[in-house]
Design a protein around this ligand. Structure first.
Ligand code: NAD
Length: 254
């Protein structure tokens, strides 16, 4: 018996990195999954690897409300229902605040925060109509609580995702829909590869952890599996940080 036997899930940004590992874990545990992503070729690769009986794709930019609505409709048309949604699509951007281009600010907030809102809106509407509850998981970041210079839009977006998670949990709880978030620290993915390739950068991150290592996408997928399944049935409104202890406030060594 898989932990998600018979369940149907959507994973946005599921063609790469953390999202792809979540798709793989969900399929392994018996779910059927819609991969929502802007990257059509990447969606095709995931379907090729996992098989089209278990996985289908929706080409979607999460900033486009019509496309988000169609993605949710596709889950129902293809697999008959929607039980789980992982709103994982997100992007970063780097610029000092006094020179932060408005267009870049709007791109990061648009994908990482507004996109998450649009997904919750349409996923929740579907889950409410079904009347069988559901689990919504938003991918925030350690940067929801830890500021990083040069990442104003990303930090603001992820703090917004953590608060949006609490409000959605309050509003949707009476319908049996749980809403939680995951806040990863540094995870090895295509998005972080250019940064960790810079000499010294990964070591600096690891020095801030208690466990002495960065994470792998599978680490995050394990937590998503917990939040998606009934094992976590009393948990809602929480952001769980998975960061090797990087969010722990250290006392100076005496
Ligand atoms: P990634 O770049 O490997 O994957 C992101 C996926 O999202 C890609 O497949 C991309 O095509 C898709 N995507 C981008 N814009 C989109 C849009 N507008 N609509 C739909 N899909 C879109 O990145 P990742 O490192 O796996 O990050 C996944 C999530 O985890 C992001 O929200 C990121 O902010 C968050 N996160 C990552 C880390 C890390 O260290 N990797 C740490 C904290 C939080």
């Amino acid at each position: 018996m898989g932990m998600l036997d018979g369940k149907v899930a959507i994973v946005t940004g599921g063609a790469s990195g953390i999202g792809k590992a979540i798709v793989e874990a969900f399929v392994r545990e018996g779910a059927r999954v819609i991969v929502g992503d802007v990257d059509a070729a990447g969606i095709g690769r995931v379907i090729g690897e996992l098989g089209h009986n278990q996985v289908d794709g929706a080409e979607v930019d999460v900033r486009d409300e019509g496309a988000v609505e169609r993605m949710v409709g596709q889950a129902v048309r293809r697999f008959g229902r929607l039980d789980i949604a992982v709103n994982n699509a997100g992007v970063g951007g780097f610029a000092p605040i006094q020179a932060y281009p408005l267009e870049e600010w709007e791109r990061v907030i648009g994908i990482s925060l507004t996109g998450t809102f649009l997904c919750i809106k349409h996923e929740a509407a579907r889950m409410m109509a079904q009347g069988r509850g559901g689990s919504i998981i938003n991918i925030a970041s350690l940067n929801a609580i830890q500021p990083a210079e040069g990442f104003a839009a990303y930090c603001a977006a992820k703090a917004g995702v953590a608060m949006l998670t609490k409000v959605a949990a309050l509003e949707l709880g009476r319908h049996g829909i749980r809403v939680n978030a995951i806040g990863p620290g540094l995870i090895h993915t295509p998005a972080t590869a250019p940064m960790t390739a810079v000499p010294g950068v990964e070591a600096a991150f690891i020095a801030e952890t208690a466990l002495g290592r960065a994470g792998e996408p599978e680490d995050v997928a394990g937590l998503a599996l917990y939040l998606a399944s009934d094992v976590s049935s009393l948990m809602t409104g929480q952001t769980l940080y998975i960061d090797g202890g990087a969010s722990l406030k250290k006392y100076p060594e005496l």
